[in-house]
Write a protein that binds this ligand. Sequence first.
Ligand code: DAH
Length: 336
Amino acid sequence: MMNKIDELVNDAEQDLAAVSDGAELEQFRIKYLGTKGSLKQMMSWIKDIPGDQKREFGQKANAARQQIQAAFDNRKSNLGSGTSSSKKSKPLIDVTEPGLPPRMGRKHIISQTIDELLEVFGRMGFDVETGPETEDEYHNFVALNIPEQHPARDPLDNFYLTDPNGKNPYLMRSQTSTVQIRVMEETEPPIRIVSTGRVYRPDEHDATHYSMFHQIEGLYVDKNVSMSDLKTTLLQFAHAYWGPDTEVKLVPSYFPFTEPSAELYIKMDFGKGPEWMEVGGCGMVDPAVFEAVGYDPEKWTGFAFGLGIERLAMRKYNISDIRWLFENDVRFLRQF
Ligand code: DAH
């Protein structure tokens, strides 16, 4: 009888070693540990054991049962709880749950605005040009008729990359007017271009100012270009971009690279009543600029403008604080 217990333990160990999945383990459990399993039967052998050996048999049988139970538990946890028993295993996903719609990415509102602006000016016949964000003083100031002592060149108003008193200082461009010079240096008139991009100024951040923002620059050079061409172009742009009822006005101003010069204002209303907001500058290209790029100012005339893209977008989408455009809070950006 004692030998039969050893045999049973042996068989059980071999069977368990051959188990490879939850279903086989369950069969093993039924065969050895189940209510009609081998271990239960083993306990019934005791009635055939002589009285003086019953105690020894009982101890051995108990030890055998514990050994097989422990081996089974061990194997079960190795296989993982989900597969240990077909009764207990649950599907990991509920296929009857309604699905979550995938969240679509989108272009930043400034990129969308740039696309729209290029499209509006494209319809008016303007080609697209680009220029570098790091510039030399020549393209950012000198060729634009901004002399050495002009306050616009103050180191406190620009992000110089090298000592401004050094020989050829570089800076982060403070305006996209630089692209006017770069295009005219390489092309003969007639010219009709727009250029968008980032510009940098160490401004205090508030609702309408930021130290980095975007501009759209326009340049039109041909024979007999007049101020009324400029005015018509900007008015048509305003009506195409914001709608035919938009109120805009040109206010006389001064820029070194245009003569005469003006500022473009647009009527805004962020809920505190209507107010005029300046969105950029414009004017007739100054003869000194034509001379800097080797154009004959007697022959060529032109207009130019530079508008702040954030401000254009703020008016279009009713955004009252420029800082929201750069905080990249998806709850804000997702609205557009
Ligand atoms: N560059 C000017 C600025 O950033 C804006 C500007 C004014 C651009 C007049 C022009 C212009 O092209 O003609 O303040």
